[in-house]
Structure formats: C-alpha cells, structure tokens
Design a protein. Structure first.
Length: 176
C-alpha cells in the first residue's frame, strides 16, 4: 500500500470515529470498503487520488530524495486540539494518539518560552504539534515546528532516523 493510500484509509478511520451519527459512520465505512475493493488505488476525490498515485511506496535503500522528503507534507493528518481530544475519547486504546514527552525537533518557536506539545498517532506515522495555547503548528504558521508524516515509526528508531530525522536535518520541513 502506498503512503498516500495509508493516509487516506486512516483519514476514513478517524472520520468514522469522529462521526456523531450512524449515518455518518456508514458513509466513512463505505468509503473505506470501496477503497479496499479498488486495491487501495481509487477514491471519489481527485486530490486524494493524486496523492496516492504520486508516490507508489515509501523510500528505501537508506536514502530519501529532497522530493520524497517534502512529499510527506501531503501525507500527514492533523486535527485542531478540540477535535483530537474528541477523537481520542472515541478511539479504541490501540488507536489512540499519545503525547510525546521529547519533541526536540519541534521546539524552535515557543510561545512565552513554554514548550510545544507533540502528539503521535498509535501507528507512529502521523504527528500534530500544538503550541502552549493548543494552536496547531503547521506549514502555514510554523513550518519549523510543524508535525510531519513519518515514513517509519519512531518505534523503529534506526529506520526512523534514516528516513525521517536525517532528511529533516538536511532539508528542513519545507523548501527555504
């Protein structure tokens, strides 16, 4: 499954748990089923289809090109703080997001010298960073500290370092 396909499937999953009615949940369940039946290649949304087809697999061979590194900005899933709180209250324990104590690479611009808070999805691929006022830090307001998509989960520290941390050190989160 391509990284974009995984992001789409997890978006459907999260929206399912955020849905307030059975009818809304049925929509997201059907979207996920249709996507699985397409071989994880086709959604009803052109933008998602472009993301899915844009990168067929995550980087390998111990290297990440500049293009691959910046492409991960298309793959991350983010929620405002209130939505993440609601989502975490509804997710089963094995899917809950958790706050990461050490968010070393996300502390360049702090509000009133208070540390930013980083949340990581249970799978380790998605990150959200909030400042001390629970405002999301993203590509538009704070690209230095924004959460990013991880090609490899931090639970596999070696691969995460090679494919996510080293490229960040070389290229930052966005082109300068």
């Amino acid at each position: 499954m391509s990284p974009g396909a995984y992001s789409y499937l997890m978006t459907c999953t999260y929206q399912y748990y955020l849905a307030d009615t059975d009818e809304e949940r049925a929509v997201y369940s059907q979207l996920a089923d249709d996507f699985r039946n397409s071989g994880y290649t086709t959604t009803p949304y052109e933008s998602w289809n472009n993301i899915i087809s844009g990168m067929k697999s995550k980087p390998t061979n111990n290297t990440v090109s500049k293009w691959e590194h910046y492409y991960r900005n298309n793959l991350n899933i983010e929620f405002d703080y209130g939505t993440l709180y609601k989502l975490n209250n509804r997710l089963p324990d094995d899917l809950k997001w958790h706050e990461e104590e050490l968010a070393t690479y996300h502390q360049h611009h702090k509000v009133e010298n208070k540390p930013n808070k980083k949340y990581v999805s249970a799978c380790g691929h998605f990150e959200i960073v909030y400042n001390a006022y629970n405002e999301i830090q993203n590509i538009y307001n704070n690209p230095d500290d924004m959460g990013t998509y991880n090609y490899y989960s931090p639970s596999d520290w070696t691969l995460h370092t090679i494919y996510d941390i080293v490229p960040y050190s070389l290229y930052n989160n966005v082109p300068n």
